[in-house]
Design a protein around this ligand. Structure first.
Ligand code: HEM
Length: 476
């Protein structure tokens, strides 16, 4: 039995049409979320341009939307179209059978088992980036913009794991600027009344096309080089090799692989989804380490003990306290502050509230992560919450990677990458905020970024464990 939508008649800020509300969401999405929850409660219904939008602030409700009743919702088609205009038709921008097939084909390349094959490429990227950007002599220090550093590292990681390509400082910056320009343009288009076709002149079109040329040019060059390889040169090492070799052998499949266009479009996606999110998470992690030296020291001791015991990369990637600090950093500063809006495909009851077919549903990750009902003392950085013996986190309360059928395909990849970066940095550097600085306010720039540059002083330490090259497994 269904109950009526509880906030059906609630007056909403900014009527008529809700345009002022739309402008406020654009300016300050996190502040609007707080205001709506404060004013309307855990189920906050508003109306914008005759469209009903409901924010669900209770973790249990969110779990029902994403998992228990996941089949009753789709991601908003308009958002997918905006992203498709620069990414093409890939596992992010499709829904239905097309999405299911692409997801099946891509999943093996990102399974936990596959990670071992990428760890060596990640280590090379991390070591090269750190050597380029940070001091190498023990005792030497430098003040560096944390976001600049993490961008350089994650761009190097994605280029090496996707294409086995070692990038330069200049290329990493050129490609990351192009991707950020494209994601910013997408965010701009989200707030337009309609999405103009590519051929029609519109604000930002020329810059979008220039950025697309940079990104597509890079991807096309690598795919062409791989296709020109002879059969004896065939590899099995990087993500592109896995995408080219993928075959749909599941019972639902037909044994075919991804088309050339799908390989291209999914490479664009892996860039777009994979580097800025991890860069954002690592930036905040570095800031939290600089402002919580006792936690940083505990992580450092855990890494040093593991290294002294001969740990390889796979062991470092699984260290419990190190991983707990990364999860807690993502709780406080989730790179995705909300998931893609969902649309109800039919009437469905969520946590006692009827959501009518066609309603837009917002999953406010930022607010769920700072809810004292799920996380006591929510504003404090307490990594112990994520240790294996801590009380369980409530269902639907912690969603840095989403949940349900669309949960992040790159979750294992990102966790391994971030753990290896964190272990490398903490072992080799003391971190402090630049003199006179404080941890900046966050701002939503698709991923969550510092509003002002987060400037950190990196001072090179002597390694406590012998500086043996890190192996990909203890037996390698
Ligand atoms: C810290 C790093 C990352 C974060 C916080 C993150 C976050 C997310 C979130 C929240 C979603 C779900 C969106 C929704 O349901 O509306 C998602 C989806 C996705 N992510 Fe990530 N991501 C990260 C890294 C990566 C990496 C490294 C890759 C690949 C190399 C990746 C590939 C994807 C893909 C392909 C999807 C779409 C899955 C689908 O719809 O089936 N992500 N990510």
């Amino acid at each position: 039995m269904s109950t009526p939508l509880v906030h059906d008649t609630e007056p909403v800020p900014g009527r008529p049409f809700g345009l002022p509300l739309l402008a406020a969401i654009r300016r300050d999405p996190l502040g609007v979320g707080h205001a709506l929850q404060h004013r309307l409660g855990d189920v906050a219904a508003v109306e914008v341009l005759f469209r009903r939008i409901v924010y669900f602030f209770r973790a249990e409700a969110v779990r029902q939307i994403l998992v228990d009743h996941g089949e009753c919702f789709e991601r908003e088609a308009r958002l997918l179209d905006i992203f498709a205009s620069f990414q093409g038709r890939n596992v992010l921008t499709t829904e239905g059978p097309d999405w299911e097939r692409q997801r099946r084909l891509l999943t093996p390349a990102f399974s936990p088992k596959r990670m071992a094959g990428y760890m060596g490429l990640m280590r090379d990227a991390i070591e090269a980036s750190l050597a380029d950007e940070l001091p190498v002599e023990v005792g030497q220090g430098a003040v560096v913009d944390a976001d600049f550093l993490t961008t350089r590292i994650t761009m190097d990681v994605i280029l090496r794991t996707l294409f086995s390509h070692a990038t330069s400082h200049e290329e990493a910056m050129r490609v990351s600027v192009a991707i950020r320009a494209l994601t910013r343009q997408s965010m701009r288009e989200v707030f337009w009344a309609w999405v103009p076709p590519a051929w029609l002149p519109h604000p930002g079109r020329a810059a979008k096309q220039a950025s697309l040329r940079v990104l597509h040019g890079l991807i096309e060059r690598h795919i062409a080089a791989r296709s020109a390889r002879t059969a004896t040169e065939a590899g099995d090492g990087d993500v592109l090799d896995r995408l080219l070799a993928a075959r749909d052998d599941a019972s639902a499949g037909d044994g075919a692989g991804l088309s050339a266009q799908e390989v291209h479009d999914n490479c664009v996606l892996l860039f777009a989804a994979g580097f800025d999110t991890a860069s954002s998470a690592l930036t905040w992690w570095l800031g939290l380490m600089a402002t919580h030296p006792e936690v940083a020291q505990r992580v450092r001791s855990e890494v040093a003990a593991a290294r002294a015991g001969g740990a390889g990369l796979d062991t470092l990637a699984r260290l419990p306290f190190l991983n707990a600090t990364i999860k807690e950093a993502m709780r406080l500063y989730s790179p995705s502050t909300a998931l893609f809006n969902r649309v109800a495909l039919r009437d469905v009851v969520i946590d006692g509230t009827t959501v009518r077919k066609g309603t837009l549903v917002v999953v406010p990750v930022w607010h769920l992560h700072r809810d004292a009902r799920s996380f006591p003392e929510p504003e404090r950085f307490l990594p112990e919450r994520f240790l294996p013996d801590a009380p369980p986190i409530p269902r639907g309360a912690f969603l840095p990677f989403g949940a349900g059928p669309h949960f992040c395909l790159g979750q294992h990849f990102a966790m391994v990458e971030m753990a290896l970066v964190a272990a490398h940095v903490i072992e080799r550097f003391d971190l402090t905020l630049a003199e006179g600085d404080a941890l900046p306010e966050p701002v939503v720039d698709l991923a969550l970024k510092p509003k002002q540059p987060l400037r950190l002083r990196f001072t090179r330490r002597a390694l406590s464990a012998p500086n043996a090259p890190l192996r990909t497994s203890p037996c390698a």
